[in-house]
Design a protein around this ligand. Structure first.
Ligand code: FAD
Length: 441
């Protein structure tokens, strides 16, 4: 493992929360900070106006806010009292090289990640990966947005919107805010996507985990099907340079069911499983987790409304590795949106042309693979691990992991040939299923 960048430590206790987050928790960024305001008889409060309202201050919302606030009046509305730092992120190294100005938020450079079956069979994928420091990245983007004149309002829950002739009216808490363009970055919680029929849910990854002080040395684990089961669940474990271990239990699920008892299974992982010996004190922890939706997106935009991040399914569906695609695309997407704002070309058909979209074929392959993953038993996952190890084609596995297959006719033919030659039947069926679906739909 190579370490190239210094990082600021991840927040493990409330007292560790960086000042840039705490300030916002006190609510000292009132909406009244709007650039123009007029009395509104219909609303309950003053009506503020912005060029762009971004819904959700997750990484997607903050990436776009940090860029768009250079050229437009931007307001970000976030439901939570402060940014969520309950996620951590692996990307390709390219995501950092293309964003050298974000280097202070980068953590380890990794050159391998393990995929481990229930009986210990292992595929070690090799590549150039980069782990990010969630807290540092969020802090940096918040700071940039503000320095460039953007407003980030915490504790503001978006609940509805109305369409007018020259803009949208966004309703959040007691506020009515008009905007020429709204960007939905609310992730799986977006009420707009489903209500407006813009996507169909294929399923979710449910993630429950924690960050602990680490003891010993552990190589990065991408997926470990620790417990033998009819429906495989996976442990993901990444050490970071600040001596912390991030462990998450991941369950693919077709539906969100409250009965899924992730937390009890996670306690087994941290207190009794082989991972317990890498945890200095299981009581000293901070929560890590969330829900990653897998959606077949039908529309990337409505008039004056653009979907980005998980809400826009920017990421490859099966692997939940959204940050790579976001980091590779957000500047182009922001420049595109700024241009459309400038020329007032904000119809759905115009906005849908935004760059950064996962290709149709890659999306179909990823969706086919995710449908397969929903059915995986421990045995089937083991077959995948063994096949991947036999294949020894790290480039292909990385293309799969980051949703970036070569989808030219020659590229598809080559992948099919490679998988067939290596008798990689499981991956071949998902790949061919995706190709067939992309051709027929
Ligand atoms: C434990 C874990 C590990 C992960 N590991 C990786 C990884 O290694 N690599 C990778 O690429 N990806 C990883 N991911 C996925 C990655 O974290 C997500 O894809 C990414 O955070 C999505 O960003 P987003 O901004 O689109 O959505 P979110 O991060 O979900 O942000 C949405 C925001 O919108 C806010 N919001 C929701 N509803 C409203 C409302 N009504 N009004 C106002 N605000 C609202 C939410 O509070 C939230 O802050 C991981 C996820 C988890 C949970």
């Amino acid at each position: 493992m190579k370490r190239r960048y210094r990082t600021c430590g991840a927040a493990t206790h409330d007292s560790d929360i960086p000042e840039c987050f705490r300030k916002r928790a006190r609510g000292d960024l009132p909406l009244g900070h709007a650039h123009s305001a007029k009395a509104d008889n219909k609303g309950l409060s003053q009506q503020a106006h912005y060029d762009v309202v971004i819904l959700g201050a997750g990484v997607a919302g903050l990436l776009l806010a940090s860029e768009l606030s250079r050229v437009s009046r931007v307001l970000v509305l976030e439901r939570n009292e402060r940014p969520a730092v309950t996620k951590y992120w692996v990307t390709t190294e390219e995501a950092l090289t293309r964003n050298a100005d974000l280097a202070s938020a980068a953590d380890w450079a990794l050159d391998s990640m393990d995929f481990i079956a229930f009986d210990g069979a292992t595929y070690r994928s090799e590549g150039s990966y980069r782990l990010w420091n969630t807290t540092a990245l969020t802090c940096l983007l918040l700071q940039r947005t503000q320095e460039r004149g953007g407003v980030v309002a915490f504790g503001q829950t978006f609940y509805s919107y109305a369409r007018g002739r020259t803009g949208l009216t966004i309703m959040a808490n007691g506020e009515r805010i008009t905007a020429r363009l709204a960007i939905d970055c609310m992730g799986h919680q977006s009420p707009i996507i489903m209500a407006e029929g813009c996507g169909r849910i294929a399923g979710y990854y449910l993630l429950h985990g924690a960050t602990f002080p680490m003891t010993g040395t552990l190589m990065p684990v991408a997926l470990h099907n620790l417990s033998l089961s009819e429906h495989a669940a996976y442990v993901e474990a990444f050490p970071t340079s600040d001596g912390q271990l991030h462990i998450v239990l991941i369950i693919p699920a077709r539906e969100l069911r409250p009965s899924t008892n992730l937390s009890a299974e996670f306690e087994f992982v941290v207190r009794k499983s082989p991972y317990s010996k890498f945890i200095a004190d299981p009581r000293k922890r901070s929560f890590l987790g969330g829900i990653i939706p897998v959606v077949r997106i039908k529309r990337r935009a409505l008039d004056r409304l653009f979907f980005y991040g998980e809400a826009g399914q920017v990421h490859p569906a099966a692997s939940g590795t959204a940050l790579t695609r976001m980091l590779l695309s957000y500047r182009d997407v922001a420049a595109f949106l700024a241009d459309r704002l400038h020329h007032d070309r904000l119809a759905a058909s115009e906005l849908s042309e935004a760059p950064g979209k996962i290709g149709r074929l890659n999306q179909a392959i990823q969706l086919a693979l995710f449908r397969d993953i929903l059915q995986w038993s421990s045995r089937r996952f083991r077959t995948i691990v063994v096949e991947a190890d036999r294949l020894r084609n790290h480039q292909l596995m990385n293309e799969l992991f980051f949703g970036d297959f070569d989808t030219t006719a020659a590229g598809v033919a080559m992948t099919l040939r490679t998988l067939t030659k290596a008798r990689n039947w499981t991956l071949l069926s998902a790949f061919a299923g995706g190709v067939a679906r992309a051709i027929t739909t």
